[in-house]
Design a protein around this ligand. Structure first.
Ligand code: HEC
Length: 402
């Protein structure tokens, strides 16, 4: 770990071009954490949002490009593990800074921050000439940091619940898993938008602040963004170096604490990642076969035998009264006596004879009659309605009476 005061000490460095005073803002450990977090966050967003909006064309393109949802999920899980590791590392780092280095806690909003907010509101309304003089972290930076912590906790917990739904339901009611899913997706959208709109604006668009990569700020940037901190540094009010003996003693005390933190997290990880093989396991996709599923229209109840009195067409299911008029009107232009399809419906004899492939009607067996098969499969040149198909089917099953 770096020395405590490094972040606040003045480091005079003459760069090759000109001797410009720079101030160390982030040490290497902080910059590495930022990069790991940045990469895992980006990957999580890229693989998570398509899962939240799976039908959007953009999502489909991403699924396609990456090679399927299974791979997307694998990348999502791997990035989540990377983010958890960097988060644990951060917890260790922060506790080390607080317990061993006794660095003043500079990320928690405090009374000064409330004053700064009021001051800035007045500035934006034109009542003040300048913005508030921020210290090491402005209230906006603190809020963003806290939002990140809160977001990571929410995403971690809800992610765990989706990763281990069965375990979750041992402790929580059934609604918990879909609720976790809703929270995970909602928080994700919020986080991505916050980064793109808020974070990018403040650190890249308004003024490209490279300190998270170079670790340094120029004097001008310090004056502009952290004037109160600059004043402290220039007044020489930075932390005294810790005597090695004291440091050593504190480290000895800290070591077991670190071990406990690590053990807790390792235990948590074990549960998170390995405890439950996910409920959603892809079954082995066997061979793909074409299935023949005949259209099976809902049978229309036919009138009982007494139907003779009730209507002309309903009860009489024979060729001349029920079927011939139907087929001749609907199919006659292609299946007439003088048409070239080789199958004619012009008389009882010709339909029973069949076409070039043989009979199309097997009396009593509609399922094996191509007349019924062709029509129920749908998409023929001439197509009967579902009701008409049922009528033809009933006629065939009744033995195709003349
Ligand atoms: C626009 C022309 C056209 C119309 C209308 C038409 N068909 Fe056909 N039909 C064909 C042709 C061409 C074939 C032969 C080629 C084929 O099997 O696809 C055929 C074949 C068939 C066969 C298959 C014979 C076999 O042995 O496989 C059946 C059954 C059939 N038609 C029934 C009907 C019925 C019932 C109707 C009326 C609802 C109808 N068709 C209307 C053109 C037509």
């Amino acid at each position: 770990m770096q020395t405590p005061a490094k972040g606040r000490q003045t480091v005079t460095k003459s760069t090759e071009a000109s001797s410009v005073k720079t101030y160390v803002r982030f040490d290497l450990i902080q910059r590495v954490q930022h990069i790991v977090f940045l990469i895992s966050f980006t990957l999580l967003g890229f693989t998570g949002l398509p899962q939240k909006f799976p039908l959007s064309p953009i999502s489909l393109a991403i699924f396609e490009a990456v090679g399927g949802v299974e791979r997307i999920r694998a990348i999502h899980h791997a990035s989540a593990i990377a983010m958890m590791i960097v988060s644990v590392f951060h917890v260790l780092e922060v506790t080390y800074r607080i317990l061993v280095l006794r660095t003043p806690i500079s990320m928690i909003p405090w009374i000064d921050d409330a004053k700064h907010v009021l001051h800035d509101i007045q500035y934006y309304l034109g009542f003040k000439k300048h913005k508030a003089y921020y210290g090491r972290y402005s209230y906006a930076e603190k809020m963003e940091y806290l939002a990140l912590i809160w977001g990571t906790i929410v995403m971690g917990l809800t992610g765990f619940m989706m990763w281990n739904p069965i375990t979750t339901l041992r402790f929580l009611p059934g609604e918990a898993v879909p609720a976790a899913k809703a929270a995970h997706g909602g928080e994700a959208v919020l986080a991505v938008l916050a980064i793109i709109i808020w974070h990018f604006y403040h650190v890249h668009i308004k003024h490209f602040n490279k300190s998270m990569f170079t670790g340094k700020l120029s004097r001008e940037e310090m004056e502009h963004e952290h004037p109160a901190e600059l004043a402290m540094i220039e007044a020489g009010k930075h932390q005294e170096p810790i005597p090695p003996a004291v440091l050593r003693k504190r480290q000895m005390i800290y070591a077991p604490i670190a071990v406990v933190i690590l053990a807790l997290f390792a235990f948590g990880f074990y549960y998170f990642v390995g405890y439950e093989s996910t409920a959603v396991v892809d079954p082995d996709t066997g061979e793909t076969v074409e299935v023949f599923v005949p259209v099976t229209p809902t049978p229309i109840p036919t009138e009982p035998a007494a139907g003779e009195s009730s209507g002309a067409s309903s009860g009489t299911l024979n060729w001349s009264a029920g079927i011939a008029p139907l087929l001749q009107s609907k199919c006659g232009m292609c299946h007439g006596a003088d048409t070239s399809t080789g199958l004619a419906f012009d008389s009882y004899e010709s339909i029973m004879k069949g076409g070039t492939n043989g009979p199309v009607v097997v009396p009593g067996d509609s399922v094996n009659s191509s007349l019924f098969k062709v029509q129920s499969a749908g998409g023929h040149f001439g197509q009967l309605t579902a009701e008409e198909i049922v009528r033809v089917q009933q006629w065939i099953d009744a033995g195709a009476p003349e």
